[in-house]
Design a protein around this ligand. Structure first.
Ligand SMILES: Cc1cc2nc3c(=O)[nH]c(=O)nc-3n(C[C@H](O)[C@H](O)[C@H](O)COP(=O)(O)OP(=O)(O)OC[C@H]3O[C@@H](n4cnc5c(N)ncnc54)[C@H](O)[C@@H]3O)c2cc1C
Length: 412
């Protein structure tokens, strides 16, 4: 990747953006696109910009999701739903796709709606953003960690870098990323904002259950999982550690605060049939294939190994035929199929913890402009906000949308 570094001290830039990630970059480009004369400097603490973009989506960068109806799109955001509705009416996935495609990055939409560069390489996105920044003359400073910020009597912002250097900005955009990176929240707090405590979202469930040991690697395509009064559906993957896959990740996102409050100890119930009518299916099997051995005849698209395990758990004899199934066996099997209970003993520390729940409360920000409601000329964008989405490109869409809104307002 070609990186460039402005070493000279920019004494009084008009606008300083703290954070050279997706949101900060998109905001900076939007400002310069609309107002080329406005000096914009991005301060990035790392020695590289757009690091998360470069590793995102398994190196492919799931850049957005092909859901073009804001009312539907917001349903993928456990936090920030209400505020994003208006924001998506102004800049939504269709706009993101047009933005990248018109700048030379062809995109493709996969069957599940996730959008990737045709190159299957996140580097295409990184290259596009950095190329645009050079074209538009956005200054980028690497290894420039902003460690403190204070509001001066004249209303401008005095920034102190980790190496002691001081800068002054008349307008400031904080785009420091997720709440796991406490630095951004601290900067906002020093300017009078609050920040809700960060807890992980999008994690797998650790389940210590000997019964699951031999099932590691099995995926059930259509299950419904419930815990703490919440319910989600989708594929479920049994791992060496416990339960994972889209259904579990979705549940973890919606219940992020609840599960943290329980210290990740709760019971998850799994309906392996995805809500199908078990009694009706049993009756049909008895009638049409009564002579088949139940243990060898998986139903509801349940993988064979899992089906055998469920039947064994319900104490169905291995040689039981459908037409011989006893009432109490049927009841036990129906229960195993629709309400398997697993004690969760923790969350996985796996790589899928891709976003945090928590950050600057949305009520403190005007989502029409991304300006602080508490401090004039202070703006926010991206994951620093208490906004997070499910996996599928929704988190980047939040970064693009809020970055674009902030950029437009700052340019105006
Ligand atoms: C492994 C992984 C894969 C992911 N894959 C996807 C995906 O495919 N699709 C998707 O939609 N989402 C994905 N996400 C989530 C997505 O990457 C984030 O939601 C998104 O990057 C948030 O953008 P941001 O600009 O707000 O924050 P970030 O990308 O985190 O950028 C913030 C930047 O600010 C810098 N910074 C922080 N504090 C300071 C400071 N004090 N001074 C100067 N600089 C500072 C940081 O170094 C960082 O570069 C993934 C996340 C991870 C971790």
């Amino acid at each position: 990747m070609v990186l460039w570094l402005i070493n000279i001290v920019v004494s009084t830039p008009h606008l300083i953006i703290v954070g050279g990630g997706a949101a900060g970059f998109f905001a900076g480009l939007t400002v310069k696109d609309a107002s080329p004369a406005l000096p914009v400097t991005i301060m990035e603490s790392a020695n590289q910009v757009l690091r998360k973009v470069s590793i995102s989506g398994g190196g492919r960068c799931n850049v957005t999701h092909a859901c073009f109806v804001p009312r539907e799109l917001v349903k993928f955001y456990p936090r920030g739903k209400r505020e994003l509705l208006g924001a998506f009416h102004k800049f939504q996935p269709r706009d993101t796709m047009a933005w990248f495609e018109s700048r030379g990055v062809p995109l493709k939409t996969e069957a599940d709606g996730r959008v990737f560069p045709v190159s299957n390489s996140a580097q295409s996105i990184v290259d596009c953003l950095t190329r645009e920044a050079r074209r538009l003359n956005v200054s980028v400073r690497l290894n420039a960690a902003v460690s403190a910020v204070a509001r001066q009597p004249d209303g401008r912002f005095a920034l102190t870098l980790a190496d002691g250097e001081c800068l002054v900005a008349s307008r400031l955009l904080l785009a420091c990323g997720g709440a796991r990176n406490a630095g951004g929240a601290r900067l906002a707090e020093s300017l009078g904002h609050s920040s809700s405590a960060p807890v992980p979202s999008l994690f797998s469930f650790r389940v210590r259950d000997e019964r699951l040991k031999n099932l590691a690697g099995v995926t059930a395509q259509n299950v419904t999982v419930s815990a703490a009064g919440l319910q989600q559906s989708g594929a479920l993957l049994i791992t060496h550690e416990g339960l994972s896959g889209p259904a579990i990740l979705k549940l973890s996102a919606w219940g992020a605060r609840l599960f943290a409050g329980e210290n990740y100890r709760f019971t998850v119930s799994v309906d392996w049939t995805g809500g199908r009518d078990v009694g009706q299916q049993f009756t049909a099997k008895r009638r049409r294939a009564g002579q088949r051995r139940l243990c060898n005849d998986p139903q509801f698209n349940i993988p064979r190994r899992l089906w055998e395990w469920l039947a064994r758990g319900a104490e169905i004899p291995a040689d039981r035929h459908w037409h011989d199934l006893r009432k109490f066996e049927e009841t036990a099997l129906a229960r195993a199929l629709t309400a398997s209970q697993f004690p969760v003993t923790g969350k996985s520390a796996g790589r899928e913890e891709m976003v945090t729940c928590g950050g600057i409360p949305t009520r403190e920000v005007d989502f029409r402009t991304m300006q602080s409601k508490l401090r004039p000329n202070l703006y926010f964008a991206g994951e620093i906000l208490d906004v997070d989405g499910l996996t599928g490109g929704f988190n980047f869409q939040n970064a693009w949308t809020t970055g674009w809104l902030a950029g437009r307002a700052l340019a105006g």
